[in-house]
Each structure stands twice: as C-alpha cells, then as structure tokens.
Design a protein around this ligand. Sequence first.
Ligand code: IFM
Length: 459
Amino acid sequence: MTKLAGVRWGSATAAYQIEGAVTDGGRVPTIWDEFTARPGATTRGDTGAVACGAYDDPEGMLDAIEWLGLETYRFSIAWSRIITGPEGQSNPEGIAYYRRVLQELRDRGVTPVVTLYHWDLPQWLQDRGGWTSLATTDAFVHFANVAARELGDLVNDWITVNEPFCAAFHGHLSGLHAPGIQDEPTALRAALVQLHTHGEAARALRAINPDFRIGLAMNLSDLAPATEHPEDLEAHRRADLVENRLFLYTVLQGRLPADTAAYFGADAVSGAVEGIDVSRIAEPLDFIGINYYEHNVVCAADQGNDLVVRGIEKLPVPEPRSSNGVAVRPDGFTRVLLRVAALAPDLPIWVTENGIGLWDYLGPDGTCNDIERVAFIDQYLDALADAVTQGAKVEAYYFWALMDNFEWSHGYELRYGLFYTDYPSGRLTPKASAQQYRSLIAEERGGGADNARRVGAAA
Ligand code: IFM
C-alpha cells in the first residue's frame, strides 16, 4: 500500500447521526427532528433522538478513534447547539461540548476536520424559507464566525457544507430527506443558495484566520450511458448535470454548466440565482472533499425511474452491491478522483467519505464479521492507489463511518460503521473491518502490527 504513503487516515460521522440528546444542552429543533416525526418518513419511524448517545457520552467514540489509530477525524457540529435562535445568541453549553471533544482529540493526537453543515438546519430557519432564502446564508455566516472564534484554537480544517446535492435534491425534490419538499425549482434554488453560502462562509472563515484550511464535501457519482445511442448519451448528460456538474463545475469555475437552463428551464434558473453572484461561489479552496458511493448505468426513458433526474432510467445494479442496492464499483471511485484531478490538477483532494451500507449483525460469539466491508476496503483502497498513481493529489481518506449511526431515511437498519453500535445503549464493538482498517493504518504509519498495538488503546 506504499503508493498511499502521503495519505492521512481518518473516519467520519455527523452530529444528527450520532449525538442524540436532541432536547438537551440548549439545542433547538432542526428540520430532521421535524421530518422524522412524520409517519413513514424513516424506516420503522426511527429518529435521531437517541442515536449513538455521543452527546451524553463521547468517550466510547473517542476510544474507538484512538483504538483505530486514526490520524484525523471528521465530524460535524450542530448549528442548533451553537446558535439558538433568530437573534443569533450563542449557546455556551453547546460550545463547551465541542471544545471537550476537540480537546480530547488533541490529547489523543488526532487532527479534527469540522463540518459546519451536515443537513441539520435549525427549524426556525426552515420556517423562514430554509435554503431558498438568502437570510439563511447570513445566519450561516454568523454561525461560522461564532464556531471559528469559539473553536478555532482547536480546529484548523473546516468543511462548509456536506453533499449539497442531497440536501437540495433529496430535501426538496425526491422528498426523501428533510424538509421533505417535492418541487424541482425549489430544489435548484436550494442547491444554489447552499453553494453561495459555502463561498460566503469560506471568505468569512478566512478573514478570521488566513491559515485555516477550507473546503466543502460533495458527493459525486460515476455514471455511464447504457449504449452509445444519442438518447442514452443525452440521458447520461442530464444525470451528470444534476448529480455532478451542477456542483463540481460551479464550485470550481464559478459559472453554471452551459446546459443548466436547457434542463431546468430559464425561469427556474433565474429564480435560483436571484441575489447570488455565481462567480463568487468559486472562492479558492484549500482542498476539495469528495464523498464517493454511487455508480450507475443510465438510459433514456419517458417515464424514468429516478426520483431526481427526469427522463432517465437507472439500470438494475448487478452484484456485488450494498444491502441498499448501491453498486460496489471501485473502478468508479478511480474515475471520479481522476475527473476531479483533471479539472483541478493542483487542488488537494480529501476523500471525505467512502463506505458501504450493510445489514450487519452480531454473531452468537458477539462479533460482527462484515466480510463484504472488508473486501470493500481492500478494493477501494486499491482503486485509490490507482488514482494516486495516475496523478490524483489525494491527501486524506475518511472511511464512512466510524460507527453505525442514524442513516437518515433508512433509520438504524442500514449500518455503515467500522464499529457495531448496540442501540440504544451505544456500546461499540469493532467489526472485522475495524480490525482490518486498524492494521492497515498501523502499516501505513510505519511499524506494522506492533505499531497497531502502540497507536491504539487496548481493545
Ligand atoms: O450517512 C450518509 C452521510 O450522512 C452523508 N453521506 C452518505 C452517508 C451514507 O449514506
């Protein structure tokens, strides 16, 4: 694995997915509290009310990080724990919680990367228009300023927004995510307001400390046309516009892809950019965060079967695939990284998420033998090495996730963790994949199995 010598090894989580304690510590309600209360919104009606209990007791999480020997840990801070309402008051209890986690990470030699927005918009902002309103940008910049001032002595690396595609198109078109709206022009506006917010927040953070490293995390999918027929090529282009180019090109180039108006319509585009200077979205980045999960083959279809992109059908995904039907295609990971590298050759890439959702379980001996995830890690790290060999400047890799957590509309059924979470106790058990990732990190950091014992706490 020496081709990956320069890569920093990490894992990731997000606030609503792990913290629980949604009414404690001065936290105010978010769109996910409201959404999960709707009948049928999530599998079995699961909510993030308890999750992994990381707010009440972060020790298990911190021990897991140390046991793995992670060099870096990516997590999000909940806007709703830091700013408690329209007047912009900050909440000392929320700030104290994150300071404690950050100090513990520092004491354990782990570099934090903090995501500011991982989908948990305060409900009071949703009530005033949410991601369709530029007032949300102002509120976010205020939150970013408070976070940077209160936590900036313990954090140098910031991610403004996570996966704006999902927050925009699943939150406002498919309706699978909070706030559960189903309207295409609204989704496009939500995408643009988030990108605009990213640019404004990046400038605000830099003004506070020019040494901060700032990026955003976008999920990009690897898409292939089913055939070379012009209709399928056009279907592929449409899917690529909505899932990839709208975000990637706009952030890197400061202009919308040329086919945006042809797909969404001129009126929707002019509504989406109202009050926004698109060129300012391309604020220079210190790194680009790439979350990679999806590979799909698409063809043209009148009715279509995609909840977001019109006029396309995604073909059935052959084995191997995750428990929720996502293709295991490491070659797609290589392609996505090389695509980004070709567009921005000098920009460091941080793989801010990569992982697989499985219906994991503990066997009678109390262990979780997640052989599919073990194979996944082997294959995807080979794919990462291929991309690096071909010129992708990858500096960091964060496995999603550190531990099983609240998987949005899938609730707790679908598990992504290296650690198995026992709900609701929050007890963590390392899966076979955690053992594997730990050994790999130890080897990469130099020192093989002996070092695995040194860098990790006792199991
Ligand atoms: O759990 C999510 C995460 O919050 C965002 N990226 C994809 C993960 C797996 O679905």
